[in-house]
Ligand binder design. Structure first.
Ligand code: MF3
Ligand code: CO
Length: 295
């Protein structure tokens, strides 16, 4: 095979990935495939964004806390509770396990978790004045820093008697993530995955938010690549083993238009006031597909 990879790597030197193996026996062919995709005009990942085995273990430990926090919320959430109480649970469980809630003070975000109800699309701010009521749907979006590694996932919760059409929205939003996971494979494109997600939402009569998407995660809260779920096949970054990112489409019952809260500059709402649902997982691209690290 013709050597396409940049000559800056010596074939017999230790691989850049830190495996300790020789480059030619480790990531040399991998780099050639990336270079080829780049020559064909595709967006490709930088080495710095890829996670090695040690990094993945670090993210797993962080995700262990993140998922325990969400499990605790799942067990305690109830009608009559304030979103401030959810914030308290998230802060207490995270810190008791040695973690740091990533949202707290992130770009000025005032709380430890995002709690987004009904027509709130994302970035809802917990408050003692927001009380969960019968028929509400809520997204609880938890992110944890542990030992320098970041994890991020969110789940939906249904309170009491939720309208059938709203339950269906929550269900389809979950299926959209499952379809995203099924379409996350190395040497295909983020746009292939995003397109499959969008198709599923459209087929069910819903829309997907365009301006806000997923993101690389692990070394930072939000890293490259940005991940759209309204995308064309063959577009977006090439997925390769070692990439870690979130799959978190925001699925709207009505139109895809949104607006930001003019007072807090965080909370995003649907323009038409119809409900929005979102589930989020953090995945690792593997040799033959992907693995969910955090859910
Ligand atoms: N957890 C959100 C995400 O999935 C980001 C929230 S940013 C915050 O990307 F500051 F609002 F927490
Ligand atoms: Co996220």
């Amino acid at each position: 095979m013709i050597r396409l990879a940049m000559k800056k790597y010596d074939r017999n030197a230790p691989c850049w990935c830190g495996s300790g193996r020789k480059y030619k026996q480790c990531h040399m062919q991998f780099d050639d495939k990336i270079t080829l995709a780049k020559m064909r005009g595709h967006e490709v990942p930088k080495h710095e964004m890829l996670k090695n085995a040690k990094d993945v273990e670090g993210i797993r430990a962080s995700a262990h806390i993140n998922m325990a926090v969400l499990d605790e919320v799942a067990g305690k959430i109830h009608i009559g509770m304030s979103t401030e109480e959810i914030d308290r649970i998230v802060y207490d469980v995270t810190t008791a396990m040695g973690g740091i809630p990533a949202p707290l003070n992130y770009e000025g975000f005032p709380k430890s978790v995002c709690t987004s109800l009904n027509e709130e699309v994302c970035h809802g701010i917990p408050s003692p004045d927001i009380i969960l009521k019968d028929g509400d749907i809520i997204n609880v979006d938890v992110s944890t820093i542990y030992n320098g590694y970041f994890s991020d996932s969110s789940r939906m919760f249904l309170l009491g008697n939720v309208a059938e059409e709203t339950k269906r929205l929550v269900q389809v939003a979950k299926e959209c993530v499952e379809i995203g996971v099924a379409n996350t494979k190395p040497w295909t494109f983020l746009g292939d995955m995003g397109h499959a997600v969008h198709e599923h939402a459209l087929k069910n009569g819903y829309s997907v938010v365009r301006q806000i998407g997923g993101h690389g995660c692990g070394f930072q809260f939000h890293e490259d690549p940005w991940v759209s779920y309204v995308s064309q096949p063959g577009s977006g970054m090439l997925m390769v083993p070692g990439m870690v990112f979130t799959i978190e489409p925001m699925v709207n019952m009505g139109g895809d238009e949104i607006y930001e809260d003019e007072d807090n500059h965080w909370t995003i709402y649907t323009k038409d006031g119809k409900p929005s649902a979102q589930w989020e997982v953090e995945v690792l691209v593997t040799e033959d597909g992907c693995e969910i690290l955090c859910s």
